[in-house]
Design a protein around this ligand. Structure first.
Ligand code: DP6
Length: 465
């Protein structure tokens, strides 16, 4: 068998961000990462936000190693180890049941992993979900595992299990003590609601002051509201939200999304000492959304905030131009350092002429936006669709004699834009110079992280998922 083993296998995968509309906050088991309530999320298109991970296994490696955003990190982190153990367990199980096609790679081979985000890390943009989903998915591909990866992803970061599927995804909390029934399931595929759009209003790309893991642990210990929410509120909301998604009922979907975000942040304030993830700009965005909806007499846009100040706004495609114009009006580019960034479907930029904001506004709305116009904020906007599950972007086997590891660390997989259906091979020339634009759709480097250049130097990369 040893002679059949490949000396080196390299796989690169990408995974998307998911945004929860019914929030997960609080664990009943810290080690197994089991939640106190179910949650439901929307998986975003990978064109704007994604993690790209390359994993290689080789008989020449003497230890497991990991590089996050260009910097080597401690591979002994318990969550990383738990994910790795779970994947290797699944690979062993698959072999012992004999349902394996290609010649097996030795499970004793060590793995090297390199992972990059093309958006700010740990800034409340669900980077850990995309990061750990991508890790589990890539390791599974490299070790030849094709079973359910909920547990492997969840052990890395709870919300990560939802990024394994596209479209609308629930994470069922489960009841079993061993967590075997705490799994992610698709509620509806990505094709289900093609008109749905997701705007990400990047208020701040700074790392959040209190991470989700520590924050929810303190909430579990101190917030009576959290317990009430998990037991008495979320079960009903899961049913209601699933219904709204299935019926494509934007009114219901939007209202419930906002209410659940508000209740999540209320539990953060109910935590002792209190946790406050929202900023003044976040609160102004909330006011703008309610004002916009009141002006239209219906829920046309809906916000949600994770553990950070950045807003995620859901709307339908025909409302995007008007709402973006409202954002532009309220956070004018001149006070915004001309940094209002717009991405449009498939990366085509949306340009709005100054002053194109509709004038037929009711007086209360005008009064509110008049106050908004004094708001100084460096706000960036990214418009996404709901699409794409994790995918393999390229797979290389038996590189002996051609490329030797760690070549992959000198080539960071294409930073932003993978054309549909392409399986690009490593190309050093494809990487942009540090500080330049990653792709034609990236007018300014707002959510795209410039990657390493051909020399392998890391540029503006921050550690951690
Ligand atoms: C506010 O999945 O990051 O984004 O399981 O401790 O890694 P850990 O937490 P994480 O928590 C995400 C919380 C949230 C809401 C959500 O995505 O459901």
């Amino acid at each position: 068998m040893a002679s059949e083993e490949k000396p080196l296998v390299v796989v690169t995968c990408t995974a998307p961000v998911n945004i929860a509309v019914i929030k997960y906050w609080g664990k009943r088991d810290e080690d197994l990462v089991l939640p106190i309530n179910s949650s439901l999320s929307v998986t975003l298109h990978q064109d704007q936000l994604k993690t790209t991970t390359t994993a290689a296994i080789s008989k020449d490696f003497t230890e497991d190693r990991i590089w996050l955003n260009g910097r080597e990190e401690d591979v002994g982190q318990p969550r990383l180890q738990a994910c790795l153990r779970e994947i290797r367990r699944l690979a062993r199980k698959r072999r012992s049941t004999g349902d394996e096609d290609p010649p097996p790679l030795s499970l004793s081979y060590k793995v090297h992993i390199a992972s990059v985000n093309n958006f700010p890390t740990a800034a409340g943009l669900a980077s850990s979900a995309a990061g750990h989903a991508c890790l589990a998915y890539t390791l599974a591909r490299v070790y030849g595992v094709d079973s359910d990866l909920s547990e492997a992803a969840r052990r890395g970061s709870g919300s990560a299990c939802r990024s394994l599927y596209g479209g609308f995804v629930e994470w069922q909390m489960g009841e079993r003590a061993d967590g075997k029934d705490s799994v992610a399931r698709q509620v509806a595929p990505e094709s289900h609601w093609p008109e749905l759009r997701v705007l990400i209003l990047v208020v701040s790309a700074e790392r959040k002051p209190m991470g989700s893991t520590a924050g929810m642990q303190t909430s579990v210990e101190t917030s009576p509201l959290l317990r009430f929410r998990a037991e008495a509120v979320v079960p009903g909301r899961m049913v209601e939200m699933t219904h709204c998604v299935r019926e494509r009922d934007f009114q219901g979907f939007g209202r419930l999304t906002m209410k659940d975000s508000n209740q999540f942040h209320a539990t953060c304030l109910d935590t002792f000492p209190p946790i406050s993830y929202l900023s003044d700009i976040s609160r102004r965005i909330i006011r703008l959304v309610h004002c916009f909806n009141a002006h239209h007499g219906q829920t046309k846009v809906a916000y949600t905030f994770d553990a950070g100040p950045n807003a995620v706004v859901f709307t339908l495609d025909d409302t995007v131009p008007e709402f973006v114009a409202a954002v532009r009006h309220c956070f004018p580019p001149e006070s915004n350092g001309d940094k209002l960034l717009l991405f449009w479907e498939h990366g085509h930029g949306l340009t709005l002429a100054p002053g194109c904001f509709p004038l037929k506004l009711r007086p209360p709305f005008l009064a509110t936006v008049a106050r908004f116009s004094r708001t100084r904020a460096r706000l960036r906007v990214c418009v996404c669709e709901v699409k794409y599950t994790p995918r393999v972007t390229h797979r290389v086997s038996s590189l002996e004699g051609r490329n030797r590891w760690p070549y992959a660390f000198h080539w960071v997989p294409e930073p932003v834009h993978v054309p549909r259906g392409d399986l690009p091979l490593p190309s050093r020339s494809a990487a942009p110079a540090p500080g330049s634009h990653c792709c034609s759709s990236c007018v300014e480097s707002a959510v795209c992280t410039p990657s390493v250049g051909s020399s392998g130097r890391a540029a503006r990369l921050s550690p951690g998922f």
